[in-house]
Design a protein around this ligand. Structure first.
Ligand code: ATP
Ligand code: MG
Length: 241
């Protein structure tokens, strides 16, 4: 039988020269689970995703990643500037059909811009193109680093619903980093709240309401939001100040 845990991070340390970023950092994610991560700016969230993806090595500790493939929406869009929107999306999966690519382009609201280069797009459009690219890569683990940060309210809500629809059909494991509590409340099976540097998981919230049935006005979600706001007030010293 397959292990239900897809990803396990055990007692990771990560230092950049004298800067201690992650310290005794442990977490895990089950198959089909969405784990949201909230933590202060500069505490090491992107570093942690880079370690999971294998782009960065931990100073010590262990990462057990049982996924077949990992797809990554980076904090910055990292589009290929010499390729247009369509080609940026198709390049990660040359088996993907024209129809699939065009559907993705439509889903992220870029219909009509498929022939545009990244220098001709707004920041939010570039970000949506990078989301479509990540969705086009067949992977059972999806890492998303503040993917909706440059989007207006309506686009953000649209992308949250799209992500949930995608999750319902493909049941990927998703690690979703965000500074927006409401995104975490709508998407997460669990929300991990990180400390300031040197960073570890301070506490975890489990949200039992099925993801497709959530409303931000549900008393259970309001209660978790208030608990997170309390924590943010206690942890509100920016680490780089
Ligand atoms: N390649 C690197 N070399 C040196 N220091 C780095 C490197 N990458 C990250 N850091 C440092 O590690 C710390 C954590 O950075 P990281 O980008 O992981 O934070 P973050 O939690 O993602 O922040 P934000 O919410 O602002 O995106 C910062 O102090 C940063 O300066
Ligand atoms: Mg970051």
């Amino acid at each position: 039988m397959r292990d239900k845990v897809l990803l396990k991070i055990l007692n990771i340390e990560k230092n950049f020269e004298e800067v201690r970023v992650l310290h005794d950092f442990s977490m895990e994610a089950n198959r089909e689970e969405i784990v949201c991560i909230i933590g202060p700016s500069g505490c090491g969230k992107s570093t942690m995703l880079n370690i999971i993806s294998g782009l960065t090595l931990p100073s010590c500790g262990e990462v057990i990643n049982n996924s077949q493939n990992t797809s990554y929406v980076f904090q910055e869009d990292r589009l290929l500037p010499w390729k247009d929107v369509y080609e940026n999306i198709r390049i990660v999966n040359d088996k993907s059909s024209h129809k699939t690519c065009m559907e993705l382009i439509e889903k992220v609201g870029l219909k009509g811009f498929e022939g545009f280069f990244s220098c001709e797009l707004s920041g939010g459009m570039r970000q949506r193109c990078s989301i479509a690219r990540a969705f086009n890569y067949e992977a059972d683990l999806l890492l998303m680093d503040e993917p909706f940060k440059s989007l207006d309210f309506n686009l953000r809500i649209g992308m949250i619903h799209y992500l949930l629809t995608l999750w319902e059909s493909k049941k990927k494991t998703i690690i979703f980093v965000t500074h927006e509590i409401d995104e975490a409340l709508l998407l997460g099976d669990r929300i991990l709240f990180l400390t300031n540097r040197p960073t570890k998981v301070l506490t975890e919230f489990r949200i039992e309401t099925p993801k497709m049935k959530r409303s931000l006005t549900d008393p259970s979600l309001v209660k978790v939001r208030n608990q997170i706001l309390d924590l943010l007030q206690n942890e509100n010293q920016p680490v780089d100040s």
